[in-house]
Write a protein that binds this ligand. Sequence first.
Ligand SMILES: *Cc1c(COP(=O)(O)O)cnc(C)c1O
Length: 428
Amino acid sequence: MHAFAYKNGTLYCEDTKLADIAAAVGTPTFVYSKKTILDDLAEFQQALSPLDAHVAYAVKACSNKAILNMMAKTGVGFDIVSGGELWRVINAGGDPTQCTYAGVAKTEAEIRYALEQGIYCINCESENELRAIDRIAGDMGIKAPVAVRVNPHVDAHTHKYITTGTNENKFGVDITRIEELYATIAAEMPNLHIKGLQMHIGSQLTDVTPFVQAIEKVRPIVIKFKELYHIEFWSIGGGIGIVYDGCLASGQPEWWAERPEQITIRSYAEAIIPLLQPLGLKILIEPGRRIVGNAAAMLTTCIYEKKGEAKTFKMIDAGMNDIIRPALYEGYHEIWPVNEHSGDTIIADIVGPICESGDFQAQNRAIADVQPGEVLAEMSAGAYGFSMASTYNSRPLAAEVLVDGDKWYIIRRRQTLEQIVEGECLPE
Ligand SMILES: *Cc1c(COP(=O)(O)O)cnc(C)c1O
């Protein structure tokens, strides 16, 4: 469930009119609903309550300090993928001892920093990484908490750029080699403490089946590891998908939440709990997209219309530098005018100002015939939206706003041109 809906012909986030935010802050601007984020977190915790489950929010989905701070206050942990993300979490008031650290190419400086901060566990992706951590922990005179990411070789049926759990991906250690690797850690790496096992098979999964298949495949190994190494947790990763197409279409949030073919937090929990409960282990889950994805819209203004030979284009003031998902992995976002139209829709491409043909937010889309100057809301922009933004074409990073009922707060000021060039200097 999310908090965006038309009321009396104008689009609201909670009890705030999006048109008011656009008028005050300008566009492009990302607008997040506090209620949606906190409700989704609470729903995970509630649905998984039969387990000893801990949510570690995947920071890379959306890492604004105000949002991390709001989450930290609920007591959730964080799954981070760089030293920078760990710094952000700590800076936002998060607890490093509740953080897990993933990623295939952690540097020595990052590993040291994470260990110094008392990270809960480093989730490793190769034997060479384990050997490096063993050496660093030895230097520091500590035992480093580690788990290894196992690659269960399950097809997640998601876009090829965001599938991570098959043996052709760079991620994790193949399921056929994982037992041998744990034996090697135990025998040869005295400065490591084997704390758990981790997996993460991909992102934007809309069906529970691959999650169940991966859990069933890895479970016998987890049982063995509990016996052999007394592991304390199993992290089953994130990847729970959201609705991109159909987000506002019906105007009925209740209908949206109940789409039978769409994974929900409840259907996910119901499918996995019976497989996990008998293990008697702490279960970590690392949702990113499912917590913040539907919790934001990006506001953008229509600049021009161009009727070409074959197509109609609506040019907007947001580009692939603001939301790269359509260009990067054919991501789909609904786009709605903040002031509702009653007339017929037209078919158009909604494109940005960037000098790349890949710079589109929608192609051949049935949308309202919006005119220059009108503000549009690009829905489901909360995950991998702002966090992937860049300043390509010397375009300042967008502003971010957090809505709380009928109040709203700027949580990131729009970047200035001076800030874009801040670190640049001329040679001597
Ligand atoms: C990105 C990532 C996640 C979160 O994925 P979502 O699809 O956003 O839920 C979880 N775990 C790891 C290791 C990741 O890299």
